[in-house]
Design a protein around this ligand. Structure first.
Ligand SMILES: NCc1[nH]cc(CCC(=O)O)c1CC(=O)O
Length: 312
């Protein structure tokens, strides 16, 4: 067993909470091992004024940590699984995926509370194409305002940018103790989450057997299986986190089946392909591929082709 593990993390409040949480789990499990944290800055943290969809590129929030891991500077990195690209760089693997509790998206609207009570033309802040498309699909009259920055910045912008509502991940708000601001958790019929939303990913070197076995206890198998199906869906649709797809999979505790629903939308929410699949959790990867293939054939490919040629 190693006597020291170095965790790499980004410096945002959410990232620090996540890394501290994993550090605390490790310290409890291995009282004699030194658990150190190392703060790092990623490209995604540096570019704060450009909409994410325009920066493009995969792994915007993960690359610098991965370089440090490969060089041995850090032993593991903690990420929101949602921020991880579908395929990891050579030499790195997901050592564990933690239990997912809140996969959904939340609306914060101090004045109107819920989506259906927002007045016509209301201004809603989000920088996610996925949220924009699904909001506009349900409410074409809304005005979507781009909203970048860390969670705390975005909450402040609700007031400073004169917005009627903003949308954020429930999990992130809960982790920071800000769930008191939530006025509605959007139902999945209206808004499906991003791939992996709500789960933490622990990334480590593929050849570092000692660290991998020390991290194994952090893995929650049902969440791992469900998010594997989601990530396999994503890999097949071939996008980063900034394409308008929503997907949610879970293992049904009654019949043990993996059940997954996904949506591919045009950014304006006008075109939507929605479909579901279920099967054996051991076939998670195949289920993701099959669902993606079916949805691409039934209009998804057209929506995505248009998206990639758009220049706005
Ligand atoms: N893209 C930023 C990001 N990455 C992970 C979370 C929230 C926590 C999670 O989904 O696990 C957020 C904030 C948000 O989308 O509101």
């Amino acid at each position: 067993m190693k006597q020291k593990l170095v965790i790499g993390t980004r410096g945002s409040k959410l990232a620090l909470w996540q890394a501290d949480h994993v550090a605390a789990c490790l310290r409890r499990h291995y009282p004699s091992v030194a658990i150190e944290l190392k703060n790092m800055v990623t490209t995604g943290d540096k570019i704060l004024d450009v909409p994410l969809a325009k920066i493009g590129g995969k792994g915007l929030f993960t690359k610098e940590l991965e370089v440090a891991m490969l060089s041995g500077e850090i032993d593991l990195a903690v990420h929101s699984l949602k921020d991880m690209p579908a395929e990891l760089p050579d030499g790195l693997i997901l050592a564990a995926v933690t239990e997912r509790v809140d996969p959904g998206d939340a609306l914060i609207s101090p004045q109107y509370k819920t989506l259906d009570k927002l007045p016509a033309g209301a201004r809603v802040g989000t920088s996610s194409l996925r949220r924009r498309a699904q909001l506009l699909h349900a409410r074409p009259d809304l005005t979507i305002v781009d909203l970048r920055g860390n969670l705390d910045t975005r909450l402040k912008k609700l007031t400073t940018e004169n917005l009627d509502a903003i949308m954020l991940a429930t999990a992130g708000l809960k982790r920071l103790g800000w769930d008191k601001h939530i006025t509605q958790i959007l139902p999945q019929a209206i808004c499906l989450p991003a791939v992996g939303q709500g789960a933490l990913a622990i990334e480590a070197r593929a050849n570092d057997a000692e660290t991998l076995s020390m991290l194994a206890f952090l893995n929650h198998e049902p969440t791992y299986r469900a998010t594997l199906a989601e990530r396999s869906f994503l890999a097949e649709v071939e996008g980063g986190c900034q394409i308008p797809i929503g997907v949610y999979a879970q293992i049904d505790t009654e019949d043990g089946q993996l059940k997954m629903t996904a949506v591919i939308m045009s950014p304006d929410g006008q075109k939507a392909v929605r479909d579901s699949i279920q099967g054996d959790p051991a076939q998670a990867v195949a289920l993701g591929h099959t669902l993606a293939g079916r949805m691409l054939d039934h209009g998804g490919r057209e929506i995505l082709a248009k998206l990639f040629t758009q220049e706005d």
